[in-house]
Design a protein around this ligand. Structure first.
Ligand code: DGL
Length: 275
């Protein structure tokens, strides 16, 4: 098989990375995709750097065992804490969530005040702050960790009018509003589902969904290396998880916007397919 015919690997700590897969299928419909969701160990967002590094190494190794041509680290937490290490270990293209979103933010901001929301680990890593500073040192980044948002989204509580989620989100966004940001990065796989709520709480603020920026970035990266699959038929997506495949399949449509329409296989990362 030619390299360009190989699948694109995508991994996340769980379900949330399906928001990126959805975008990937829209933008690159002829590509095959291998998705791995580490559902046995989600969430990553409250864990230590060492643990996130170890999990990311294993997630990457699994995708490599599937002979992928490139990897998209959909998980902001894994990308923030571990991409630099992964780039030292592997030569294939690795596209994360942070850099593409940081580049978009720097391009669109007018007042150079940029807000970032994400998990505890993403914010603690300083990855967004550092990326933005390296692109435009005149920008000021205000970051807020929002640990309650992932569980709320996973419970399906992301629709406008959900009083609990709106109040939690309003509380998290209040300091960013006070700072007068004109751009916000939704630095977590789950937050695109909160787009409408964020838009109504921060009117006039430019909203960047991190994973969506990385799909454009990946497309350019593959094109630049002549790695885009040029066949004319739709690609297939293969789903792997480390726990509870039925639950993943049942909840996937929340993030993917449609049913999975295929089998979800359970794997032990590092040890191959179990069933
Ligand atoms: N996927 C994670 C992220 O984008 C959110 C869920 C978690 O904490 O693992 O940061």
């Amino acid at each position: 098989m030619q390299t360009k015919e190989k699948p694109i690997g995508v991994f996340d700590s769980g379900l949330g990375g399906l928001t990126v897969v959805k975008k990937l299928i829209e933008q690159l419909p002829n590509e095959d995709i291998v998705y791995f969701g580490d559902t046995a160990r989600v969430p990553y967002g409250d864990r230590s750097r060492e643990t996130i590094l170890e999990y990311t190494r294993q997630d990457m190794a699994f995708l490599l065992s599937q002979d992928v041509k490139a990897v998209c680290i959909a998980c902001n937490t894994a990308d923030s804490m571990a991409r630099t290490e992964m780039e030292k270990l592997y030569t294939l293209p690795i596209v994360g969530a942070v850099l593409p979103a940081a580049k978009t933010a720097v391009r669109v901001t007018l007042n150079r005040k940029i807000g970032v929301i994400g998990t505890h680990a993403t914010v603690a890593s300083g990855a967004y702050k550092n990326s933005i500073a390296s692109l435009d040192p005149a920008c000021t980044v205000y970051s807020v960790a929002c640990p309650l948002l992932v569980p709320l989204v996973e419970e399906g509580r992301f629709h406008k009018g959900d009083a609990v989620t709106e109040s939690v989100l309003a509380d998290y966004l209040a300091p960013l509003r006070e700072k007068g940001i004109d751009t916000i990065i939704l630095g977590c796989t789950h937050y695109p589902l909160l787009y409408d709520m964020v838009a109504s709480l921060l009117p006039g603020v430019f909203i960047i969904c991190s994973g969506f920026a990385s799909v454009d970035y990946l497309k350019n990266e593959l094109a630049g290396r002549n790695l885009l699959n040029d066949r004319q038929t739709p690609g297939k997506t293969h789903f792997f998880v480390s726990d509870a495949p039925e639950k993943f399949a049942a909840n996937a449509s929340l993030f993917l916007g449609r049913p999975i329409g295929g089998q979800v296989k359970k794997v032990s990362v590092g040890q191959g397919v179990c069933d």
